[in-house]
Design a binder for this molecule. Structure first.
Ligand SMILES: *Cc1c(COP(=O)(O)O)cnc(C)c1O
Length: 404
């Protein structure tokens, strides 16, 4: 629909809280792995929002599911249950370790529920002393005060004190540090299977399995924050499936809705019992529109050939990124799983990941940073191979623009 008064980037500074610094262009339309801005300029999307649009933009099956549901039922509150919510919960239980699901609207809310549940479960079964949460430095779990405090990045909590207590941070991938910190007072250990925001750093199998054993020994719950790694992103439906462990609680969001807001907390029946009637809730959690879209996402992403396609695209990306680096020598390491990839910059380029992303944008390519020193790619899981090739050419032009 046309608007009487034009809406441009300058309006952001007039009417929006200045907590973001969006780029100068405004996308107005997307199709698959391409976007177009107000001026009709085309961009290839290697960002997927931020690892969110796992099936690209305007996927016909998601559009059909959403519009069909939009004409039927939008909201009934949690005083009533609805069919899409039940179908999605059943599907998540069928596809994962989970026996019980709680729906929220974002990753932070799913983690908030997971952390509250871990505290409540410990309090119900072991008494009030068992309430310590162990998390990892540089991790990211969302922006509510509880989740941002659990995330190990002081820059995100400064000025927001007093912070919730009983939270300890230890270095990621350091089993000895975890073993030293954990005790019978620990109620939960929360980890990302890959540090997403902080450099795309995968957890080692030994670390994950050792963490599982330490949690078992101290009767602490292991929470996997799969907000970024879930919904097929790593080439497994959930990353835990490739790591030989089963978490007690898992959170999913981002890709789960393919761009429609939803969060989910997955757990077992025995643990779920601690969130009895009235103990927790959210107005929009489980709303029919979000659950309908997420069900369609899982129907597609759950197909073995789609997950196999993610692993094939991973190989293609790795090959092209290594070839690019042969030309320019700007990366120390190219890492990640599936279609969550990180290019770590050489010492000479430290702190300049954002410059690479800006240069890519100027060449018609959307990419992301993961901290100041790593370029992150998180494209659609079904991005066509010719768009990978075309996007990599634009990336090479952008790197050339910077290096020269
Ligand atoms: C993005 C992210 C979150 C927060 O999700 P929101 O939907 O922004 O609240 C939490 N954990 C991880 C690992 C994430 O990548």
């Amino acid at each position: 629909m046309a608007h009487a008064v034009p809406v441009g980037r300058a309006l952001f500074d007039d009417v929006m809280v200045p907590n973001y610094a969006p780029a100068a262009i405004i996308p107005v339309r997307g199709e698959g792995s391409r976007l177009w801005d107000q001026a009709g300029v085309e961009y290839i999307d290697f960002a997927g929002g931020i690892a969110v649009t796992c099936l690209g933009h305007a996927h016909p099956r998601l559009v059909a599911a959403l519009t069909e549901q939009a004409q039927r039922l939008w909201h009934v509150s949690n005083v009533l249950v609805n069919e899409p919510e039940l179908r999605l919960a059943r599907k998540l239980c069928e596809l994962t370790f989970a026996e019980k699901i709680f729906f929220a609207n974002s990753g932070a809310e799913a983690n908030e529920a997971a952390l509250k549940l871990a505290r409540k479960y410990a309090s119900d079964h072991f008494g009030p002393e068992k309430r310590e949460i162990i998390a990892f430095t540089q991790s990211f779990h969302g922006r509510t005060l509880f989740t941002v405090t659990v995330g190990g990045q002081p820059k995100y909590t400064q000025g927001f004190e007093p912070l919730p207590g009983g939270i300890t941070h230890v270095p990621y991938n350091d089993l000895a540090a975890l073993a030293a910190a954990i005790s019978d007072k620990t109620c939960a250990v929360i980890m990302e299977p890959i540090l997403g925001e902080s450099g795309v750093i995968p957890a080692s199998r030994a670390f994950v399995q050792g963490s599982r054993e330490l949690c078992d020994r101290h009767q602490a719950l292991l929470i996997f924050d799969e907000v970024q790694t879930g919904a097929g992103r790593t080439g497994e439906l959930y990353a835990y499936m490739g790591l030989g462990v089963r978490p007690d609680i898992l959170t999913s969001a981002k890709g789960l809705g393919g761009g429609f807001p939803i969060g989910a907390m997955l757990t077992t029946t025995a643990i779920a019992r601690s969130l009895g009637v009235g103990s927790h809730g959210t107005t929009y959690g489980g709303n029919p529109l979000a659950c309908t879209v997420a069900e369609a996402v899982l129907d597609i992403v759950g197909e073995p050939q789609v997950l196999a396609g993610v692993r094939r695209r991973h190989e293609l990306f790795m090959e092209r990124l290594h070839a690019l680096d042969q030309c320019f020598g700007v990366f120390t390491e190219i890492r990640g799983r599936g279609l969550l990839l990180g290019c770590a910059l050489q010492p000479a380029w430290q702190g300049r990941a954002k410059d690479f992303v800006d240069a890519a944008l100027a060449r018609g390519l959307l990419a992301l940073v993961a901290g100041p020193d790593v370029i992150r790619l998180a494209p659609s899981l079904i991005i066509p191979e010719e768009l990978i090739e075309a996007g990599m050419q634009r990336f090479a032009q952008a790197v050339a623009d910077l290096v020269r």
